[in-house]
Design a protein around this ligand. Structure first.
Ligand code: URA
Length: 243
């Protein structure tokens, strides 16, 4: 399908008032008796499927099933879908599970996770915002642990990213917090690096997105400045969501 054809499909859907299209599907038109005037139909036609409305996290998890859609399934112990408040106005998105997460089936439970919990809870307490970690929703771009904790590959992010997008659309939070450059790449169309993008508001679809450093980076860094910046980013984010 050409770019022009894709554009015209998207414009057609937009004109219908539909601005969210999430997953391409191959659609092969059935052969029908030729009409009097024949118009050539390209075959197969790629028609973007429309997002199902009213989708639940439970249905998305069921769709993932015992996923074998990419190579990450080979080394995983568990699929780490996400955890927290499913009606949260705030969603945190990390990169992918590490060893601890893979073992427990929960996101951000290792050292980086403990730092993230502290950052959320201490910033909230200091700012007089009554929230704890269970009040927010936390998930990752990829749901299976990459071997040796390597960065997820583009095709892995593409495949699993579809589930992330559906999770966010199901929750429809007031804001998203992107943790690190992998999550930033998955959600934002920016060429800027993390140091330039952090601390600023971006958008994923119509949802405001705050970018900040990944907690693992803060653990590795001896740079106190990065930590201070991440705390500032969280402060801005929490006031925006909860004030
Ligand atoms: N790092 C991530 O990006 N996600 C986790 O769940 C744990 C560590």
């Amino acid at each position: 399908m050409t770019r022009t054809q894709i554009r015209s499909y998207l414009e057609y859907y937009r004109d219908l008032g539909i601005d969210f299209i999430y997953k391409p599907q191959i659609f092969k038109p059935e052969r029908v008796a030729p009409p009097v005037m024949t118009i050539p139909v390209p075959e197969p036609i790629i028609v973007p499927a429309l997002s199902p409305s009213g989708e639940t996290l439970e249905a998305i998890r069921a769709d993932i099933g015992d996923c074998r859609r990419c190579r990450l399934c080979e080394g995983r112990q568990t699929i780490v879908f996400g955890s927290g408040n499913e009606q949260s106005p705030l969603v945190f998105v990390g990169e992918g599970p590490g060893a601890d997460e893979d073992e427990q089936g929960l996101p951000f439970v290792g050292r980086a996770g403990q730092l993230l919990t502290q950052m959320i809870e201490n910033t909230a307490a200091k700012e007089g915002i009554p929230i704890k970690r269970p009040h927010v929703y936390i998930c990752n771009v990829v749901k299976c642990r990459p071997p040796e904790n390597r960065t997820p590959l583009p095709d892995e992010m593409e495949i699993c990213g579809q589930f992330l997008f559906r999770q966010i659309m199901a929750i429809r939070p007031k804001a998203i917090c992107v943790l690190g450059s992998t999550a930033m790449k998955a959600l934002l169309n920016t060429k800027e690096g993390i140091t330039k993008s952090r601390g600023k508001w971006h958008k994923w679809r119509d949802i405001p997105v705050m970018v900040t450093y990944h907690p693992s980076y803060l653990l590795r860094q001896y740079n106190q400045q990065a930590k201070r910046e991440a705390w500032e980013d969280l402060k801005t984010l929490l006031h925006f969501v909860y004030d």
